[in-house]
Every structure is written in C-alpha cells, then in structure tokens.
Design a protein around this ligand. Structure first.
Ligand SMILES: Cc1cc2nc3c(=O)[nH]c(=O)nc-3n(C[C@H](O)[C@H](O)[C@H](O)COP(=O)(O)OP(=O)(O)OC[C@H]3O[C@@H](n4cnc5c(N)ncnc54)[C@H](O)[C@@H]3O)c2cc1C
Length: 318
C-alpha cells in the first residue's frame, strides 16, 4: 500500500494496527497483522532491536548459527514481502487513546491513527552506576562485545554479569583478548549449560571470579584498572557490562497499562494489557523467559488478539 495512504492534509495517517518496536516481537506481529489484511504500521528506532548486537545466535529455529544482524536481515526481507506493512524507523514520542482510537506521534512529526496498538518496545541496558562508568564509556567501558571485542586484541578485560549473555560475551572476547575475567556478583554463573561448558573448556583464557562486584572503574582518558568492593584492584584494559536490561514501558504507562513489580507490562495469555485495544509482546512484558523465539511468538499472539479486537471476531481454531 502506498505510503501516506488514508492521509488528508493536517490529519493523521490511518491504519488498522500501530506497532511500536522493530525487534522479534514487533516484526513478527507486523507479519501476522499483514496477513489479516490490516494496514499495519511498524515503527521503531532500531531495526532488528537488541539482537543485532549479538555475534552468534544458535537457538532460533531454522538457523543453526547466525549473527543477530543477519537474522534480522531475514526478518526484513519477510516484512518487505507484505505491501500493507509500512516500516517507519523513527522514535515514537507518544500514543494517546481518544474514545476508541489511538493517536501516535513520531519524532519526525508524522502522526498515525489506529484501531489497536501493539507495544513491543523491548528493554534498555542496565547500567552499573559506579564511579568511572559514565566517564570511561567508549574509552574501555563497553556494553557490546560484538561491536568492540576487536579493539581488545591481546588485552585484559573483565565481563561484569552472571547470566547467559555475560558468558556469551566472555566467549567472544576470548577470541581477541589475552585474558577475560567474568565478575559474578554471587556464587553462580547462570548460563545455558552449552555455554557454561564452553567457558569451562576455555579456562586457560577465561577465569570466573565469584562474589565479585566492581566499586569503581579507574583510568585517565581510558580504562586502566578496576577497584572491587572487597578493596582489591585489578589492572584491566576493558570493562564489558552485561548485567541485564530494564523494560522500556514509558509509552505503555502513559496509555494506562498496568506494570508488575519488575516494571514489566502485565499481559494475559492473549497478549492483552488491561487497556482495551492495547496489546504487548516481547521483552517488555511480564513473561519470565526473554528470548527471540519467545518474543516472536508473543508478537504473533498480540497480532491475533489485535485482529480479534478490531474485527470483533474469534478466529482461533476451536
Ligand atoms: C548479549 C545478548 C545475547 C542474546 N542472545 C540471544 C540468543 O542467542 N538467542 C535469543 O533468542 N535471544 C538472545 N538474546 C535475547 C534477545 O535479544 C531478546 O529476547 C529479543 O531481542 C527481544 O526482542 P523484542 O522484540 O521483545 O525487543 P527488542 O529486540 O529489544 O526490540 C525493541 C524495539 O523497540 C524499539 N523501541 C523501544 N522504544 C521505542 C520508542 N519509544 N519508539 C520507537 N521504537 C522504540 C527499539 O528500537 C527496538 O526496535 C540476547 C540478548 C543479549 C543482551
């Protein structure tokens, strides 16, 4: 469908479903929405979302091993196939509900009117919030091994984090750096067993230090050392921070969506929020397991529920 279809001067562009987010959840929702013959707007700041910074994805069905960026290129091709999807790479500033319609305003000034909204806004990185982190960001402090690992050839780095993402970052860094130390806050590295054994196999290069927390990142113009909370210091060239993510829910909150105690959007098993016509999917919602395939499935569910809402028709198989 032509860009700006349904638009008259000074009025918002009309669509059936307005989706915020261009990650697994938003793009999957767009594909399903298009197949219901809905004029679908999928708006997002970063095409592909969080996964594009990941060097290796080995658990998305259909791909034994693929980079996050390449995987999202496949999503792009798939979305392009549908003429009734318009992808808009732009920040969504606000969404308001007026009577039964939704009005979205984008940073570039474009406005859209829709009958339903799908929020798939994912997460933003959690910061360590220690002295030196902000000052030395991009000067040795990094949040993305895929982007920066090559800068640390034969250097010593630490990865801060206790989850699978931290293990994966350490594995990638070990291909470049001389020594990688994973600083785990408690006494367990909670990685996928397959990644845990890979870390163990690389113990000549990757050390795991338990009960270790950074108190300060030290350096003049670049990272030179870190100070731990036990008072010890370590000489390092790089600090990679992978301590989880915080849900991005500002738009949902302004629409009146309820959040849980973790600040995630509450949804039922049909991806419905408490606000009629607003659906949510992916890492920003209150499902425990944050993975690409989970987000994609939730996006599909949200589109199905949006279809039911807009057409007031139940198309689920009986
Ligand atoms: C280091 C690391 C490695 C990982 N490895 C894997 C893996 O191997 N396999 C796997 O399945 N998962 C992996 N994950 C998890 C996976 O990346 C996430 O589960 C997935 O990206 C979530 O998808 P999403 O669509 O919910 O959100 P996201 O991918 O976060 O996308 C959110 C989208 O919303 C947009 N957005 C947010 N707010 C606005 C706004 N106001 N206006 C416009 N756009 C907005 C963003 O620009 C983005 O397009 C990994 C995560 C990390 C951190």
């Amino acid at each position: 469908m032509a860009k700006n279809a349904g638009k008259s001067p000074n009025s918002p562009e009309k669509c059936d479903v307005f989706i915020v987010g261009l990650g697994f959840a938003g793009l999957s929702a767009a594909i399903y929405s298009a197949r219901y013959n809905f004029r679908t707007i999928a708006a997002g700041e970063i095409f592909g979302g969080l996964i594009i910074d990941t060097h290796l994805v080995e658990n998305y069905p259909g791909f034994t091993a693929i980079s996050g960026l390449e995987l999202m290129e496949h999503f792009k091709e798939h979305v392009k196939f549908y003429e009734n999807i318009e992808v808009v790479e732009e920040k969504v500033e606000s969404i308001e509900k007026k009577w039964k319609k939704f009005f979205a305003v984008l940073k570039d000034g474009r406005t859209f009117e829709s009958k339903a909204v799908i929020i798939a806004t994912g997460t933003k990185r959690r910061l360590l919030n220690v002295p030196g982190e902000k000052e030395l960001s991009n000067k040795g402090v990094s949040y993305c091994a895929t982007c920066d690992a090559f800068l640390f050839k034969n250097k010593e780095v630490v990865v801060v984090g206790s989850g699978d993402s931290a293990a994966k970052e350490a594995l990638l860094l070990s291909e470049h750096a001389k020594k990688v130390t994973v600083l785990v806050r408690k006494d367990k590295l909670k990685a996928e067993p397959i990644n845990l054994s890979r870390v163990e196999k690389k113990k000549d290069k990757i050390k795991v230090k338990f009960n270790a927390e950074i108190a300060e990142i030290i350096g003049k113009g670049k990272v030179e050392a870190i100070k731990l909370k036990d008072g010890s210091t370590m000489k390092v060239d790089g600090v990679f921070i992978e301590i989880g993510h915080l849900p991005q829910t500002e738009l949902a909150q302004k629409l009146g969506c309820a959040l849980d105690e973790h600040g995630e959007i509450k949804v039922d098993r049909y991806a419905r929020t408490n606000v009629p016509g607003v659906f949510a999917a992916g890492d920003c919602v209150d499902t425990h397991w944050k993975q690409g395939i989970v987000s994609a499935a939730e996006g599909a569910h949200a589109a199905n529920s949006a279809y039911n809402f807009v057409s007031n028709e139940d198309i689920e198989p009986k």
